[in-house]
Structures are given as C-alpha cells and as structure tokens.
Write a protein that binds this ligand. Structure first.
Ligand code: R5P
Length: 287
C-alpha cells in the first residue's frame, strides 16, 4: 500500500454514455465483433472503402492483378479495408500495413467449371490472418449451388460468432436470376437473416429498397470496368440510396490511374463529394 492514493474521482455528476454503435444492425454484437467492424467502417462516417482483389480465386491472373505486389500494394494506404484471399495476402501484402482484412474465406470453383463445390477455409486460419471479417459467397436461385453456399454461410456465421469475427455475405447472381432489385433484395436479406454482419451486393435501380430491407450494412461491388466518372456516379448513387460503402476492385485497379481513382472514390464515400467534384479530383491526381 506504499504510495496508495485513495480513489476519489467517481464522476458522480456525469452520466455513463451508452452511445449507439455506428454500424447498422451491430448494437447487440460482442465487443470483439464491434471492434473488428470499427476497423472496417469508419466511426466518423459509418462507411467503408474496401479494396477488392480476390478475383484471381475464380478467374486466375486477371487484368490489373497479375502482380498484386505492384498493382495493389501502392493502393493499400488509401483503402479502409483489404478484401482478398489468404494466399495473395500472405504472399504479396506486407504484414506491417496495418489494414483490416476482409478475408475471402470460401473457394472451390473457377470460371473453367460449372460445378460449384465451394468449401470454407478453416476459421483458425482466419484468426491467424487476424481477419477483421470473413467474406463468403451466397448464390440464391441456383439449385445445388444455393444449398452449398447457404451451408457455407451458416457455418461461417457459427464459427465467426464463436470467435467474434463478422461475416460478409457476398451475393453471387445465380444463372436463373435477373440482376434487379428483387433478386438483390432477396439475396441480401437471406444473407442477413442467416447472420451475416455485412452484405456485399450490386447497385441497381430500386436499390433504396434493397438497402432498406437489409438490417446490416451493404457495400456494393463495382462490377466491370466503367469510365471513371460513371464509376464515381455509381458510388455516389449507392451511398445516397443507403449503401454503407463499396467493395470495389476492377474500377480501381483497372483505372488509368488507380491511386487517383481510389482517392476519388474515398472522397465520394467519406467526404460527400459529388461525382463531378470527385472526377475533377481524379483528373488532378492523375496529372
Ligand atoms: C466477386 O465475388 C469478387 O468477390 C469481387 O471482389 C467483387 O465482385 C468486387 O470486385 P469488382 O468491383 O471488380 O466487381
């Protein structure tokens, strides 16, 4: 007790703050889950710019991802979160970049086959990778593939809940399904109903209904490469219609100037720039 000072700072006139958590649908999650979600979704804006470079797990070395050390590493500092496979992250991304990882956690089929026998990676490897979230595909309306991916999603959520790792449901578009609000609303909602903490889907007409009916944050994929201004409009419309950010790949790494593009996207998502303002920023940074 030598040097012990009696406690006398109890803040008797100050109420304990029980602030709402900034991520949609996450109020009742564990501290560890919230901590991981906070690494992905900026507590000031509630939004996220996720940089997706997992395309090779289905497509092999696609344009812009031939050398991730050359194309993606220089962009890492501009992203809120990295979305890739364990193989590419552990071989190409320096472990000291200190960015949260949304780990692509399923695998099994490529563009060479129609067979979908997707499997999940071991949760222990996601823990070893210090994953802040696990991304798992869900494909609605596609027969066996729906059943397999739903089982994967449920297993990932069960494991994620056990260890405090959020799951991002990745809505794939089944062969029989149109890319419309009805499909994306269904697929997103099924992901959330099964416990996904984040949903990745696509922007579409009527997206505000997709977002409204989904009780967890939606990030949109960019899809195939668009002219930069159109891609920025896509981001702007998505967040205005209720998305919590983007999980964008090709429209960043296939841009004429990827570093300028990701910064322009960031400005739309976090700083409220209009597409015109963001495009001007893209052009300035491209010089
Ligand atoms: C698709 O399942 C992949 O996970 C991609 O990460 C995703 O589509 C986002 O990439 P992009 O913006 O190129 O569509």
């Amino acid at each position: 007790m030598d040097g012990f000072r009696e406690a006398n700072n109890f803040g008797l006139n100050q109420k304990v703050e029980n602030a709402q958590f900034h991520v949609k649908g996450a109020n009742n999650l564990s501290w560890g889950m919230k901590d991981r979600l906070s690494r992905i979704f900026n507590p000031k804006t509630g939004r996220a710019v996720m940089l997706a470079f997992d395309h090779g797990f289905i497509m092999g070395p696609t344009s812009g991802l031939e050398r991730i050390d050359l194309s993606i590493v220089p962009l890492v500092k501009y992203a809120d979160c990295l979305m890739g496979t364990r193989g590419m992250i552990q071989t190409c991304i320096p472990a000291n970049v200190n960015k949260p990882v949304c780990l692509r956690s399923d695998a099994g089929s490529t563009i060479l086959t129609d067979l979908n026998r997707n499997v999940l990676i071991d949760i222990e490897d996601a823990i070893r990778m210090n994953a802040s979230a696990m991304a798992v595909m869900f494909s609605a309306g596609d027969g066996d593939r729906e059943a397999i991916t739903a089982a994967n999603l449920v297993k990932a959520v069960d494991m994620g809940n056990r260890y405090g790792i959020p799951v991002m449901g990745v809505t794939a578009v089944g062969k029989q399904m149109a890319r419309d609000a009805r499909y994306f609303a269904l697929a997103s909602r099924v992901c959330a109903e099964n416990g996904a903490n984040i949903v990745k889907t696509y922007y579409c007409e009527g997206f505000e209904k997709v977002a409204a009916a989904c009780p967890v944050p939606i990030v949109i994929a960019g899809g195939k490469k668009l002219p930069e201004k159109e891609a920025l409009e896509l981001c702007y419309n998505a967040v205005n219609d209720g998305a919590a950010g983007v999980d964008m790949g090709r429209n960043v790494f296939q841009s004429e100037c990827p570093a300028a593009m990701i910064q322009a996207v960031y400005s739309v998502i976090h700083e409220g720039l209009t597409p015109d303002q963001a495009y001007e920023k893209f052009q300035d940074l491209s010089k």
